[in-house]
Design a protein around this ligand. Structure first.
Ligand code: PEP
Ligand code: MG
Length: 760
């Protein structure tokens, strides 16, 4: 059964277009379930009805015509109840509604299951039979399973189908797609597909009327170049391969010949298709066949075809006559976007970035953040490559991508961009002022850094120091662990740039979603696995080397503070402190004149919240990592778009934990700051101030806004707000309450620039 399921989903996902995908779905379901009818009804929002979109067994002329209101008939019932309906004799059911044009009166047995994607009913899958019988449990389970899997395929295909044409009328219903906010801010511009990733599945089969001969020549030229490359590669590695491995090259050559893959692609081109699309189509078909083979060896050979396809495609794309021209307002979109793609586009043309894959902590997202480019990652349903050329709105605050919108909506977002720009220029005057509340309470604002690019922006925006320097970022840029001297040079630059202001360097926090290419950690459950301090305590040689480099770099400056990530018990803190003291002794004995730096721990695991007192007694300072703390408290992966709406920084549990931490720390007298994303969100800052947090660390691009927000509100008001917030029992209520109160206080501006994770 599993194989059949997989086959149907695979076939549907690689269909030429949406309609073809639906046709495949109904055909295969009917075959697999041996029923007489299989149909798909989808909700058409323009008419607010279920429309018969594909069928095997009913009159095919009814497709696109037969429709039902949302509460009409058994189909409407399935959608409304959001659960299957399985009945022996449909026509006797009170909700049965006969659709003449379908010719369905002959069928008695009815099984309908809803197609639901991200809590939204998209449509209903139906199977029917003439005889009067109930479908058994395994049949029902099969259809439910297939519907759950196909929901994503249908949602994706539907989103693609909405792309063209974009008509900017007042009634246009925009398509809104959720991802995860990588960088806050808004961008409007034209989608440009990130081209260098050779993903054959993202190449469309485009038909062309003219210049077929030119396409054939382009393809032959590409083949010739790949043959030449393969020969070169063979010569280069000949002495390192055994005879069996060298045979691979012969296989490649044979595949390129006219009677194999090469010939098939040529035939497809001759049918009137562009070379790239024809190649992708043929390769895809082969991959599907290989994928269905039982023999694992043969299945593996599919990889060779894929590799070869990518090589040819590379040549074809490189040979494209027209050079890529970037529109003035360009939105880079792609499956996965690397830092090099990002920097390829002139900064003044890059309005935003959207990727289907990737996490907030990927190198690209970090760089985008430090450049202040609005970014959304994890936009799983982004229709690639069809979206290329479309005009998009990227809302980095909400983690949303929007298209097919009206002029009015576009204008709304353009206004927001303008207001933000104005706000930023108004904030210029705040740059050199100290941050304090309207009633004069001083607040210390630090920045989070990682790249050298962050440094100048931070200093420019008036940062009072670094609250979190993520040392894993420079490690990510290397192809091996950097040596002590290399690390020394990197750290020295940071410390020098900010001296005498403090720089808090966090020891290596790898694992989870932060991978070093040269130190892969593969685990079933990486966020609960070998991460942060757990890795470095297991590898004291890496830890000590890093601490030595940090301490040496602080010689004469003495502005270093060391921060330990992912502490879950006191032993880890003690063990790390012991190693730090050892490294300090060594460095001092080697003749460096340097003070022992203050050492702090991050409170980002629930266990640490409950042991804040014990930890605070052992270290010089604490720093709350709200990103991980929220993730672990709520058991919600911070990078998973499917559960993004559950990642709620205003969840009462998160707020209570934050309040508890500072109360414990204050009792011991250990300073505590916040360095997660909440510290950079104006709304959350109000609550943090009220709790008593006096030091906040955020990305440089948030500094001005936060400084402004602090200056707008008095400490007494924040406390009043917090008192009320702590009475509420859910994030939604907290958000609504904050919205209402701030608007009432004339602080509505603060709401616009708050991100969704914090807003929910
Ligand atoms: C955090 O978890 O809040 C934090 C600041 O660290 P990172 O985002 O690097 O995990
Ligand atoms: Mg963290």
């Amino acid at each position: 059964m599993l194989e059949i399921l997989r086959g149907i989903v695979q076939e549907a996902s690689s269909a030429e277009d949406f309609q073809a995908a639906l046709n495949i779905i109904v055909l295969r379901i009917r075959q697999a379930m041996r029923t007489e009818v299989a149909s798909v009804y989808l909700i058409d929002h323009s008419i607010n009805r279920y429309l018969l979109m594909a069928t095997e067994g009913l009159n095919s002329t009814a497709v696109g015509k037969a429709s039902l209101a949302l509460s009409e008939g058994l189909v409407g019932q399935v959608g409304q109840r959001e659960k299957p309906i399985n009945i022996q004799n449909a026509s006797t059911h009170p909700k049965y509604r006969y659709l003449k044009e379908t010719g369905e009166e002959r069928f008695h047995a009815f099984l309908g299951v809803p197609i639901i994607h991200q809590k939204r009913v998209l449509g209903v899958l139906v199977v029917q039979q003439t005889i009067s019988r109930a479908f058994d449990q395994s049949e029902e389970a099969f259809l439910v399973t297939i519907s759950a899997q196909l929901a994503a395929v249908i949602a994706h295909a539907q989103a693609s189908g909405h792309i063209h044409p974009i008509n900017h009328t007042a009634n246009t219903k925009p398509v809104r797609l959720s991802g995860i906010s990588g960088t806050v801010g808004i961008g409007v511009g034209q989608a440009v597909l990130c081209q260098t990733i050779i993903d054959l599945s993202s190449i469309p089969l485009r038909s062309i009327q003219q210049n077929l001969e030119q396409q054939i020549q382009r393809f032959k030229e590409a083949i010739w170049q790949v043959q030449r490359d393969i020969n070169q590669l063979k010569n280069q590695v000949n002495d390192r391969l055994n005879a069996e491995e060298a045979l691979l090259f012969d296989v490649y050559h044979r595949l390129l010949e006219d009677n194999a893959l090469g010939g098939e692609v040529l035939n497809k081109i001759k049918q009137g298709f562009e070379a790239e699309g024809a190649l992708a189509y043929i390769v895809h078909q082969h991959l599907r066949n290989f994928g269905l083979m039982d023999d694992p060896y043969l299945r593996e050979r599919g990889v060779d075809i894929k590799d070869l396809g990518a090589r040819i495609l590379n040549k074809l794309l490189a040979k494209k006559p027209e050079k890529k021209r970037y529109p003035e307002q360009c939105i880079l979109v792609g499956e996965e976007i690397t830092t090099s793609h990002l920097i390829e586009i002139p900064k003044n043309r890059l309005s935003a970035v959207v990727s289907r894959q990737g996490s907030k902590n990927s190198h690209m997202a970090i760089v985008a953040r430090s450049l202040g480019i609005p970014t959304v990652v994890g936009a799983l349903d982004l229709p690639l490559p069809e979206i290329e050329g479309c005009e998009l709105i990227v809302d980095g605050y909400q983690g949303e991508v929007i298209w097919g919108y009206s002029h009015k909506l576009k204008q709304h977002y353009l206004d927001l961009i303008r207001q933000e720009k104005n706000l930023m220029s108004d904030l210029e005057s705040f740059r050199n002022k100290a941050a304090k509340t309207a009633d004069g309470y001083p607040i210390t604002l630090y920045v989070n850094t990682g790249l050298m690019a962050d440094v100048s922006l931070s200093l420019d925006r008036g940062a009072e120091g670094v609250g979190l320097y993520r040392t894993e970022i420079p490690f990510m840029l290397q192809d091996r662990f950097p040596s002590e001297t290399e690390q020394f040079n990197i750290y020295r630059k940071q410390l020098l740039a900010f001296a005498p202001k403090p720089v808090t360097m966090r020891t290596l926090d790898i694992g989870g979603d932060k991978a070093l290419p040269y130190f892969p950690i593969e685990e079933e459950n990486p966020f609960l696995g070998w991460r942060g301090i757990r890795v470095t305590l297991d590898h004291p040689e890496i830890f000590i080397l890093q601490i030595r480099a940090m301490i040496k770099a602080s010689a004469e400056l003495n502005n270093l503070r060391i921060l330990l990530p992912m502490i879950s018990n006191v032993f880890e803190a003690e063990h790390a402190l012991h190693l730090i003291h050892r490294a300090y002794e060594e460095v001092s004995e080697e003749g460096y004149t340097v003070q022992m730096p203050p050492v702090g721990v991050m409170i980002e695991i629930p266990a640490a919240v409950y042991q804040t007192t014990e930890l605070a007694q052992r270290v010089d300072f604490l720093s709350v990592g709200t990103n991980d703390l929220t993730q672990y408290l709520l058991a919600v992966d911070r990078n998973n778009p499917r559960v993004a709406d559950l990642y709620q920084s205003y969840h009462p549990a998160v707020l209570k934990a934050l309040y508890d931490i500072i109360q414990q720390a204050n009792q011991v007298g250990t300073p505590v700051s916040v360095c997660g994303e909440m510290a950079g969100d104006p709304l959350s800052v109000i609550l943090l101030l009220a709790m008593g947090y006096q030091t906040l660390s955020m990305s440089a691009s948030c500094l001005a806004k936060v400084k402004w927000a602090i200056s707008q509100i008095s400490m007494s008001k924040t406390k009043e707000i917090l008192n009320n917030v702590l009475q509420l029992d859910n994030a939604e209520m907290v958000r609504s309450y904050l919205k209402m109160t701030l608007s009432h206080e004339g602080l509505g501006e603060l709401l616009k620039f708050s991100n969704r994770a914090l807003n929910t």
